[in-house]
Design a protein around this ligand. Structure first.
Ligand code: NI
Length: 177
């Protein structure tokens, strides 16, 4: 006999309703993480960045496109690992969250960083989508934090720096539209 078979009908409906809301919340967070609603996407912002300008800091601004991309990748990796690994050790702040130089470390560095960024973002999306992930359970490493809070933090941080990258690209004359 299944458990469902012995539950009163209104209890079953409550469970189904709770599952529907849980699923809906997960998809709202995934939508936010992917940046599909309010601004230009990651792929469109990272693509076609001329190698000769990746390490340039526009006059009056502190970061080159390479620094912003790497900062997004590094910070995202830290938030992801903090969320899923109680033993994760974060880099020194702030120096560990930025590359050593405004210039990329070779002609393939930009593409490799973009791929690593995409992998990190997908990992957070999978974590949020996983029905065995309790979005609201206090994390053992910090009871004030939850997977939901860290996912929202990541989306916020990514959106903030993505907008900066668009602006820096415009100022460098490296933005198509
Ligand atoms: Ni930041």
């Amino acid at each position: 006999m299944s458990v469902v078979g012995v539950l009163p009908r209104d209890t079953l409906q409550q469970i189904q309703e709770a599952m529907r809301k849980d699923q809906s919340l997960r998809e709202h967070v995934v939508f936010l993480l992917k940046g599909e609603g309010a601004h230009v996407g990651f792929e469109g912002t990272f693509k076609d960045m001329p190698a000769s300008l990746q390490g340039n800091r526009p006059t009056g601004l502190p970061h080159s496109p390479w620094e912003l991309l790497e900062h997004m990748r590094i910070a995202q990796g830290d938030i992801l690992e903090f969320t899923r690994d109680p033993k994760h050790v974060s880099p020194a702040w702030p120096s560990g969250y930025w590359p050593a130089s405004p210039e990329p470390t070779g002609s393939h560095a930009w593409g490799k960083s973009v791929s690593a960024f995409e992998a990190g973002l997908n990992a957070m999306v999978e974590l949020v989508r996983d029905e065995s992930t309790d979005l609201l359970a206090p994390l053992s490493q910090d009871a004030e934090k939850t997977v939901l809070r860290e996912a929202l933090l990541l989306a916020d941080h990514n959106a903030y720096h993505l907008g900066q990258l668009v602006l820096v690209r415009r100022l460098l004359g490296a933005w198509a539209s």
